[in-house]
Write a protein that binds this ligand. Sequence first.
Ligand SMILES: [Zn+2]
Length: 286
Amino acid sequence: MRPYIDVHAHIGMTVSRSPAVGQTVGRYMGRMVSAGVIAAVLCPTAGGPQANGVLDTRREHEAVSAAMRAFPDRFPVGLGIAEVRHGEAGVVELERAMTAGGLSGFMCHPGLSGHSLGAELHPFLEAAAVHSGVCLLHQAGSTANIAAYARRFPSITFIIGHVSLNRGAALDAAKHCANLPNVWYDIAQMPLNADESWDLRRLLSDLDGGRLLFGSDTPYYDFRLTQSLVESSDISESSKDAVAFENAAALIRRFAPGWEVPTEPVSPPQIYTDEELWAANGARLL
Ligand SMILES: [Zn+2]
């Protein structure tokens, strides 16, 4: 199978849903090598422990920074997280993480982190814009608000997560964002029973195929399902290469100049069994 670069990989624990779910960097590396993923853009999990408030978020940021330092060829770009309740303290921590910690921007999960993708995110976006950063935004309803962000913060590169999740989401993104050069898209997750309705060819024509990216949404999803649909899609081999890794490599080089796509498989620090890596309840990993 062709190599894959994952632009949507969460590290840490989500404890605000039951049962809790999460993964360490090492376990994710086990999943990477098991599924042919050779590099990734890391971000924290939303819904993580918050007993210590923004200090917990700092710990999440430091975990991403540590993975980038330990494996710069595999994790050339890392993102923080924006929790709406942290307000200015969260912006200060994000600024620290982007300067001292080497992160390139942030991820926002509206449902788990209390956002509406409205103006409450402007201070976080302004911090990212100062560094011409990248923001991975999980879609929440219409993408019209993400289009408004993209116009208001032209120096930020936006990735809309899960644009493939349903036909309506793809059409909405095409309507509002297709003509915005600083908006990219990931295909993390797919509709249930999507063999016929999941249409990568249509996504490639509706959106700019050069800005369509593979995302895993690990640890929430058995992303091998998405990979198998890419591989079986009725599109050219060159289009599959573009979605699987070439577009992501071009995106990553904007934030990590000189970075080269690794040619060797990942070497995880711990050997996991397939059962440990891929035990799932439906498509959701355990
Ligand atoms: Zn996600």
